[in-house]
Design a protein around this ligand. Structure first.
Ligand code: CP
Length: 312
């Protein structure tokens, strides 16, 4: 196939073929990380602005490293040190970045739709690094890549695999993007968490729902634990963190029930002892740090494809 998108705003907009195309490119780019000189000239002469209006560790650093490895020039920008604090609009800020000849803008923003808004108005490529509770497409791509790699499915065919996403689904952009990616690639997806955070309406996305983790813990191939998104919740959705852990946490007792080859995933940041036991997060079945490493290759692929898409 030929890649034609200058932007990556959501997984919902991608076809299964496009997702597999990105994963294949990520697999090729991962080999660059194994070389002595971890650099290729694919984006030499291009300028990337990492524009993060919300905090980030993994996503911001890995976009920056991915751009370095592709030989792009990188500028980091945060809301608190920009003229957004003086009332400049997001659109004006982005148009000024474009006037400074930025080729790629990686945007993390608290408002759902912020990346789409800019993508429709700028010639530069816009990559969504997380927009409110809407989507976090590169997280889903790196999660999917990690599953494909660990399960020997590098063709991107996930039929026959059962993935449980456990936790705060309602407020999770990671969950939404993962659901779209996994369903498109053929996986069975079950969401699990309190009814207040896992409403039945999510079944319309093609997933199953349970509010009892013990119904599924012994039969799934992958568990992806999500943290409680306190920053997006406007009221308490469950009585206490202790009760949440006892009902939905991956405790040692529950981890003992997992299939031997079940992958344990978490997008980070982890709240140790809440959604996952601290020792389990560091155990041999955890691929949490592999996810982070794979994020580099996936983001290299996304930057390379979008920045080289034909101009319309
Ligand atoms: N998973 C993730 O998006 O982490 P950061 O918020 O640290 O980027």
């Amino acid at each position: 196939m030929t890649w034609t998108r200058k932007d990556l705003v959501s997984i919902a907009a991608l076809s299964a073929e496009e997702i597999r195309f990105i994963l294949q490119h990520a697999s090729n780019f991962k080999t660059v990380g194994a070389r002595d000189i971890k650099k290729v000239p694919a984006l030499r002469g291009k300028t990337l602005v990492n524009f993060f209006v919300e905090p980030s560790t993994r996503t911001r650093i890995s976009f920056e490293l991915a751009a370095f490895r592709l030989s792009a020039d990188v500028v980091n920008m945060s809301a608190s040190t920009s003229s957004l604090t003086k009332g400049e609009t997001l659109k004006d800020t982005a148009r000024n970045l474009e006037a400074l000849l930025a080729d790629i803008i990686v945007l993390r923003h608290s408002s759902a739709g912020a990346s789409q808004f800019l993508a429709e108005r700028l010639k530069a490529s816009v990559i969504n690094a997380g927009d409110g509770a809407h989507e976090h497409p590169t997280q889903a791509l790196l999660d999917t890549f990690t599953v494909c790699e660990a399960k020997g499915r590098m063709d991107g065919d996930l039929r026959g695999l059962h993935v449980a996403i456990i936790g705060d689904i309602l407020f999770s952009r990671v969950a939404r993007s993962n659901i779209h990616a996994l369903i498109k690639l053929g996986a069975k997806v079950t969401l699990c968490g309190p009814p207040t955070l896992v409403p039945r309406s999510l079944e319309s996305l093609g997933v199953s729902i349970t509010h009892n983790i013990d119904d599924i813990i012994g039969s799934v191939d992958v568990v992806n634990l999500l943290r409680i998104q306190h920053e997006r919740q406007r009221k308490e959705y469950f009585p206490s963190l202790g009760e949440y852990t006892s009902l939905f946490g991956l405790t040692k007792a529950r981890a003992a029930q997992l299939k031997d080859d079940c992958l344990i995933m978490h997008p980070g940041p982890i709240n140790r002892g809440v959604e996952i036991d601290s020792d389990i997060a560091d155990s041999g079945r955890s691929v949490i740090l592999d996810q982070v490493t794979n994020g580099l290759a996936v983001r290299m692929a996304v930057l390379y494809l979008c920045a080289n898409a034909p101009q319309s």
